[in-house]
Design a protein around this ligand. Sequence first.
Ligand code: ADP
Length: 416
Amino acid sequence: MPLIGAIADDFTGATDLATMLVSRGFRTAVVIGAAEPDEPLGELDAVVVALKSRTAPVEEAVRESVAALRGLRKAGCERIYVKYCSTFDSTPTGNIGPVVDAVLDQLGAERAVVVPAFPATGRTVHRGHLFVGDQPLAESPMRDHPLTPMRDSNLLRLLTPQTRRPVRLIGHDVVRAGAEAVRAELAETESALVVVDAATDADLVTIAEATAQDPVLTGGAGLALGLTGPHPDSARADSAGSGPAVVLAGSASAATRSQVAHAKSVLPSRKLDIAALRADFDGAVAELVEFARAQWAVDPDLPPLIYAVDEGDELEPSQSATPAGELLERALARCAGELVVLGARRLLVAGGETSGAVVLALGATALHVGAQIAPGVPWCRTDSYVDGEVRAVDVALKSGNFGGVDIFTTAWDVLS
Ligand code: ADP
């Protein structure tokens, strides 16, 4: 019976958390969406439900999260982990606060910690202010994210309008005093969402220890660093086997832009053309699919790169009738499905929303965590169900800002 059930608000976040849980000794699978999974969960120690709810309307995000919660409880999960982005990606009204409120209400619980910190990827929290590397969140490239621009770095200010509960802070002074001190401070706050400072892995371990009896944890994947599962040697899934590869990059994040710039000097590449997609969506997608197919014929070892944004590109505002972001996601999702039918067996996808669109287009129902490429980015084996046929494929879902500059060219090396 799984010990931990997690609800992740995007697909890269789900695989990010799942790879952390595997490394902490939990046999873990990612299931897609809140529907009853096809696979038996009894053999697992942790189940992560991947939703595409980060930017959904609040009621929809809450409804899907509650449905996921019910499924996890039915599967026997004892503790619930609400997973959001380590850069706290959300809008002024949600969806982090409303989802956490709903999960607490469903479980009859009143309090949860809020711990987005993930020091291994540069995200730390100081006096409630979230940093991305050396920059406060609101001065980092997240300031200009196309879907969730983050214009404040103060987690208490960000969260207060999103929740019915009071928002409190437990600062470093208490965290550094140890788990007992954090537990004592938490015990004094009956009903609250409690932002907890964390700057190091040791801080995360302290917080996890202090909350070991809490029914609900909330945070980025970093918090799972402090959890210990029953199977320290749990194996990672084998790859699906070799086959043509492709990189699909829909993210406009700073790290992905540099990764695209780097890869373009090595890989054959094609940029998504928003005007062409608006004018003739099917024709523009067919042209991209043909580009990838032709590249495989020339050199099957060189993955073609299809991408959205170059360094320095301005983004189109999302107010237009057909927002560019949605169009690009749909285009990459369609490419993914058609390329799998044409033989693609390894797909590296950049962007959380983009990954959601791609995995849904493949009809996958579960992801099994395989080899790790970079912190928070594993390969996952899955079955695709495009055109009614089952095909085993490997997918790597990379959060926009994760991974080194050469990830699009080196990720394949760890896929044995
Ligand atoms: P990340 O993980 O970096 O946040 P996502 O895929 O979650 O990446 O989000 C990036 C969003 O930006 C997607 O919806 C994508 O389609 C959109 N996008 C990409 N390029 C552009 C562009 N040129 N103009 C507007 N939106 C864009």
